[in-house]
Design a binder for this molecule. Sequence first.
Ligand code: FAD
Length: 382
Amino acid sequence: MGTAVNDRMLDGRAAVVTELIGSVAGLIGDQADGWDLAGELPRELLSKLGAQGVLCAQVPVQYGGLGLSSAANGELTAHMGSLCGSVRSVMTSQGMGAWAIQRLGSAEQRASFLPRLAEGALIAVGFSETNAGSDLSGMATRIRGDGDEVLVDGRKVWTTAARYADLLVIFGRYRDGATAVVVPADAPGVTLTRVANPSGCRAAGHADVVLDGVRLPAANVLGGAGLSLPLVVTAALTYGRMSVAWGCVGILRACLRAATEHVVTRTQFGKRLAEHQLVSQHVAELLVGEQTATRVCEHASSCWDSGSTQVMVNAVLAKYVSSREAAKGSARAVQLLASAAAHDGHVIARAYRDAKLMEIIEGTTEICQLILAQHAREQAWR
Ligand code: FAD
């Protein structure tokens, strides 16, 4: 139990992960609340984390990445999530962008883009549009061939990390299907507008992205062909769901740390809060939430690492359970600390705001329920 890195789960990579966790903790320290209030992460921090390969740690060694397993990267993501939800959000975007290239790209595209990401170039991923949120079949962004080039036109909303990104993975309609294209963030025709005052993960660099006649080499179209939209989107989202789920484990661990410290130090009615049974119930439920989320994430990661065909549904399950537990657990933590946590700039206030948004991104709670219900119907339970 707890945050100790489990050597068996990490397939011998525990020492590497422990070292990375130490380095990340040193870089972030207790600065996350300040960044959250400012709505901005220091570029120097992102450069350092990027150069360490921490932000997309599953990129294979052959492309210059750390080559971590999903389980090892999960523990790293949880640790990041316990320190700073905004940096963890950037990490999710970076890992998802890298995974989209690895999964959908050709050998040449992998060799061209992945080393840049492993060295610290930042990437953001745009699926969502004003009229395509939960229902991505409403996507209107078009990628059109024009000789050796393509033209990209569309508008993406809420693209996490776009304000820090060097590259964007943009999903859109292509030929008679869909694809994703790698777009330099400074390409002519790309305009970013900051999302004003997000309620959580405030320093994660969210932006709306307009693509107006953006002209790119056709070699930037991942895979080079039109594919089915659900296939293209699910490939990238599965990574994103795993990452968000592990990030929620981190939120729960941060809540447990702050809540347990508080209940053993504050006294009311002549005894420590921890000695009041109703307070203990909250602490116990918080622990149950953290452990439940950890177990479903570990299971999803083991599916990923073993190449199981069940990875997609288990990533949805992990994201659903972990985000729900994080939202409930952070609300319990607010209750436990009461006025002590009732102001921005407090780790628990930040956890509460960040956790709620985790029930929205990478497939809302309801969309996860629909996918899980469909899976249940397709199983032979008899
Ligand atoms: P809607 O789809 O309009 O949903 C509204 C409500 O209706 C929800 O409760 C939803 O569950 C429910 N609903 C919709 N359809 C159904 C249904 N069939 N059955 C039951 N309930 C339904 N997008 C990106 O592309 N890249 C990013 O990096 C990114 N980062 C984000 C970061 C944050 C902090 C946030 C808030 C959003 C981000 N998004 C990003 C957008 C995100 O993916 C969408 O917000 C999400 O998919 C939900 O879409 P929507 O907000 O349009 O809600």
